[in-house]
Design a protein around this ligand. Sequence first.
Ligand code: SF4
Length: 264
Amino acid sequence: MAFFKTYSYSQINTYKSCPEQYKLTYIDGLRKSDQSIEAFMGNRVHEVLEWVFKERANKFTTFDKLTAKYDDLWLNAWHDKIFIADPRVNTDHIYTIGLRCLGNFCTNYGPIFDAPVYANELKLEFEIEDYKFRGILDRLDKTENGKWIITDYKTSKRAKGIRAAKSDIQLGLYYVAVQQNFPEAKQILTGWNFLRHNKEIHLQPEEESIQKIKNQVVRRIKKIEKNISDGHSFFPKESILCHWCYYWDECSAKKISNPARSAR
Ligand code: SF4
């Protein structure tokens, strides 16, 4: 078993939510095409938002154009491994939530979409102590008055507040990524756009909070690497998240396949 040369927020987060899922994904290298309907919708919304800022140089982008693009991406990406874990929802329901996210975004940024976007889906590499990281930022803006603003789009059900943002590992890592890749950036804000709730929050983190996040991440990586070198097992951590996990056939805690129904 080899140590990872490069870490990502998803790796760190997966280990925290379930060490066995971490092992199956990142050590055994198991990859499945199964996907939750919520993740499928989230990906399509992200793609539309990336597209709309590329389009803006030429035209006015109305909500109708946004929805046409969403439909197009939805139909083209549809596959037979999309599942619905929550019995209270169906495909139309989730599709409509995606539309609501786009509607909120269009109201705030459209129809000209002239926000000072520097890049979308920006891949960055950075380092913390001896560890290398990579991250993909949904959006990075650079304003005329010298502010760099990181935005992570969320289509999830729950919105969080400024307190959660201060200690959020993902936002902290993105901050470090911009700090290291753009040394000219003197003022960096990081935050979320909860598209479903039309709630956007950004903050300028204090160096002390960033240091705490760095320490937390390094501690977690050391634990993972120690687990590997000592040959300890990666135990299953069952939780509500199991409903959205597609490793039930491989998981030592599960006796049946994931009962989620196929989406249509
Ligand atoms: S089913 Fe649950 S316990 Fe098993 S690997 Fe997935 S998240 Fe972990």
